[in-house]
Design a protein around this ligand. Sequence first.
Ligand code: SAT
Ligand code: MN
Length: 594
Amino acid sequence: MAMKVKHAELTRWVRETADMVRPERVCWCEGGKVEYDTMMKKLLDAGSAIPLAKRPNSFLFRSDPSDVARVEDRTYVSTPLRVESGPTNNWIAPDELKTAMRALYNGCMAGRAMYVIPFSMGPIGSPIAKIGVEITDSPYVVCNMHIMTRVGKDVIRALGKDGEFIPCVHSIGAPLAPGQKDAPWPCAPIEKKYISHFPDENLIWSHGSGYGGNALLGKKCLSLRIASHMARREGWMAEHMLILRLTAPDGRRFHITAAFPSACGKTNLAMLQPAVRGWKCECIGDDICWMKIGPDGRLRAINPESGFFGVAPGTSRQSNPMAMDTVKENCIFTNCALTDDGDVWWEGMGPAPARGIDWKGKDWTPQAGHPGAHPNARFTAPAAQCPVICPDWQDPAGVPIDIFVFGGRRASVAPLVHEARNWDHGVFLGATAASETTAANLSAVGVLRRDPFAMKPFCGYNMGDYFQHWLNMGDRLGDRAPRMFYANWFRKSREGKWLWPGFGENSRVLKWMCERVAGKPGAVETPIGLVPGEGDLDLAGLTLPPDDLRELLCVDRQAWKAEIPDIERHFAQFGDRVPKRLTAQLDELRRRLG
Ligand code: SAT
Ligand code: MN
């Protein structure tokens, strides 16, 4: 880079890392279009990137079939004591893990360039933003980081001589011997993949994978696992949440965050086109939310990212027209199918092409008996291209949050929506959230698991302490605290049909939440919380059979009683780290269920 780096600690760490990984050369990234184009050209020349005739400046990549999603089994939160990382995280002692990884890192960038990417999570200079520096040997990662974060010279300038940065080391773990031909998607076998976090040192070490959250270290590794740990130490919140602004016909604005597990529709909800007349929705973020208490005592939220790394399958004109417009140009697609006329295609996008090439690069037809796109295929798109991006999405002060929504994907038990009775009850709802697993993680799909606050794979410390942190934040916020709700768009009838149309219609549920915040009665007490009474949801223009609505909102006491043992087991794994205020909530639920 033309610019001089004056940060002694940063240059020392870069030199030390280079000594270990021994690349052919070191390149500092300065951001900007020329750099992006140069990197993409390398990827084109290498045969890794496929240009798309139908989408300007857009490219398709196909990963190695073994490297298609986050690897939770190989993800570690390495605190000095095991109990500090807690039962939801894999743990290896820091010394032991570093020794194992140093052996893998030793010479791992042979024959490759080592890129140093200074990036900011959040608008540079925002009191809520943080700076990271990722070292990587993957040009694909450099391009994705350009879209997903703010990369370059301004970050180095902001760092100055001694600014705080979070060091992130990434290698695909595929050294090249002299003359060896490179693979289109080089990576290491599963037993050499490690996604490691050392929260006490704010340090990330990733090895062996080039995919998504395993490799774009600003995302889950920094913005959630490391940031959640920092947030507890520093008294703020780092959450797996979308952020949106809903504006009522009278102009009143509501800012909503929602925590749903990966691939449960956060991107769709964040870009919602409201079905309710006169309401407007604008997107601020689709995945991660950082919040600090502002000077007015309210929670202020920013989206630390600057792009969307969205699940492609299921995205269509019907489900998410705004995402479809966002991905028209300047995008990276990974593991989608390729059509003969040079476009990407995925299941659920619309009519299948008569023939094409599947995500593994093989000829494909709709009759092939397997999907053309991988279920965790992704688009990487600049947030600024979203037609409904909120004009204030980069406001360094953040937006004031009114509503927290928790939830997941559940075919039964959880009603369409219920409201927490108070903060402690809301924390209980978040702490016991359950969802059926998706293809976003490399393990069984469709299994029900408790995923508290959608943070199970992302909390960088003991989840019991995380629950306490939520309670502490509520104590500090007092009557300025956001209201809390639990939503489930995925309830099915006994015959297995979706009961709720979802997508733009979800605005009806959000409208009800806003009305609750604005002080409207409109809710009935049930043992699990407050649900909309008859006539409280605005269903104008929607034909929903009355029986379906009843089933959507019904609270089945027996089904909820049957949940109790599982919640007890869930809490028991955290031992005495479960806050007494949450076990008190469980006692109250038991009592209310009778
Ligand atoms: O692969 S990512 O972690 O970036 C996406 C996700 O799982 O939500
Ligand atoms: Mn996510």
